[in-house]
Design a protein around this ligand. Structure first.
Ligand SMILES: Cc1cc2nc3c(=O)[nH]c(=O)nc-3n(C[C@H](O)[C@H](O)[C@H](O)COP(=O)(O)OP(=O)(O)OC[C@H]3O[C@@H](n4cnc5c(N)ncnc54)[C@H](O)[C@@H]3O)c2cc1C
Length: 388
């Protein structure tokens, strides 16, 4: 039986890594191959604390070879470039061909520029370790070579933009004005009201300049062009961080798969791709319907909850058993609002301030993938916080 079936997981983020670990833990008769080009897993909700130096790289971006040691998952450091659904074979960037009995597409999302000119050339994203390094470099330049009235613009006032603007304002401590630019009429359109009010107060305390109803038209090397109430404005700025959207770029499938809004792959509630027996998807790339047939949000919370159901369904499908539907349990929302400050709305509980910040970090330490890393990260975090 050993190695009779091969399950290939594409992408070692929240959905893919957690699914690969769950599969390997459940059944030794399935060989699990994880294809992921990056060296590390990235716990994105703590990327702000990595930027500010409140947490370390080993805690937030642990190396995959450490996470996978002794777990029974084979890691191929490569990128999947195409998938043939008929032959059940995929191709990678280095020219390898890999056959599979079951495939998991968990390749996440990428920056969405909405076709705005200049985003690719002049804006910094905030999704990857490469983005983080570019932003650290920019912050360092602004901190060490300040010019009067210099500005940093964060585009998009969703959770990432708001959290990042607060952290940047704390890091820059008055050396640059942080502008938060939003085309809608309010920040955090999808958030809980308590968190939105806390976020507004945090932005105000830090003198972040909030510009709602402002649409970015062009990003240039040293300025932005904005459309505000039918008027064009030019906003000089030393750097632009683009958090405004999410696009999908899964490897091409042959024949093509059904794609929904935002380019997400249309899935059934049991996480199979629509019209597929052998291919599953999870995380941001998967448009999985909720009870009212709306796609579930693209969050780490959803991705991590999908993993155990997905692992069970893959094994059930190999055994010819029936699959179960995924139901998301909304655990609430936690926002980082600057150094040592956070807001939480979860299951009827609301909380803000330094205690909320500690609770948020502790919760995330306990959600780290891999039992070994979870233990080391949690003990390391406790050690730092209990130090007199
Ligand atoms: C700054 C930030 C903060 C966030 N905060 C929160 C939060 O507080 N709470 C929350 O719930 N969510 C949060 N999110 C959203 C969360 O990060 C995503 O929903 C989550 O990462 C989705 O998991 P995933 O597995 O689908 O994708 P990812 O975690 O993005 O992983 C996808 C992986 O696939 C790999 N990959 C891509 N293409 C290929 C390919 N062709 N071949 C092989 N591998 C490939 C990538 O390298 C990547 O490692 C945040 C996101 C950001 C950017």
């Amino acid at each position: 039986m050993v190695g009779q079936f091969r399950v290939v997981v594409v992408g070692g983020g929240f959905a893919g890594l957690t699914t690969a670990l769950a599969l390997a833990h459940k059944r030794s008769s399935v060989s699990v191959v994880l294809v992921e080009p990056q060296e590390h897993f990235l716990f994105t909700p703590l990327l702000y604390e990595l930027l500010s130096g409140e947490l370390q790289t080993w805690q937030v971006a642990p190396k995959l070879d450490h996470l996978l040691v002794g777990c029974g998952v084979a890691w191929l450091q490569d990128r999947v470039t195409s998938i043939n659904r008929q032959t059940r074979c995929l191709t990678t960037g280095s020219g390898r061909e890999l056959s599979f009995d079951r495939l998991v597409l968990a390749c996440g999302g990428v920056l969405q520029s909405f076709g705005v000119p200049g985003v690719a050339d002049h804006a910094v994203g905030f999704r990857t370790m490469a983005d983080l390094r570019r932003l650290q470099h920019l912050v360092h330049r602004l901190q060490t070579r300040p010019h009067p009235l210099q500005r940093l613009a964060v585009v998009g006032a969703g959770a990432s933009g708001v959290e990042l603007a607060c952290k940047l304002a704390d890091l820059l401590a008055g050396k640059a004005v942080v502008e938060l630019i939003e085309q809608g009429d309010k920040i955090l359109a999808g958030s809980r009201e308590f968190n939105r009010q806390q976020a507004l107060a945090a932005l105000q305390q830090r003198d972040v300049r909030l510009r709602c109803r402002s649409r970015v038209q062009v990003v240039a090397a040293d300025h932005l062009t904005l459309l505000v109430q039918d008027q064009t404005e030019t906003l000089p700025c030393a750097g632009v961080i683009w958090t405004a959207g999410l696009a999908m770029a899964p490897p091409p499938l042959l024949p093509a798969a059904l794609v929904g809004p935002q380019g997400r792959l249309v899935c059934l509630a049991d996480l199979r791709l629509a019209g597929e027996e052998a291919i599953f998807a999870a995380g941001d790339v998967a448009a999985v319907p909720d009870q009212s047939q709306q796609p579930l949000p693209a969050t780490a919370q959803v991705a991590m909850q999908q993993a155990p159901v997905l692992a069970r369904n893959i094994l059930a499908s190999l055994d010819g058993k029936s699959l179960q539907d995924f139901h998301w349990n909304d655990l609430g929302e936690m926002l980082s609002l600057g150094r040592g400050h956070a807001a939480i709305t979860a299951k009827g509980l609301t909380m803000a301030g330094p205690t909320a910040a500690k609770l948020r970090e502790a919760t995330y330490m306990l959600r780290m993938p891999g039992a070994g890393h979870r233990l080391v990260a949690a003990v390391g975090w406790l050690g730092e916080h209990l130090r007199p």
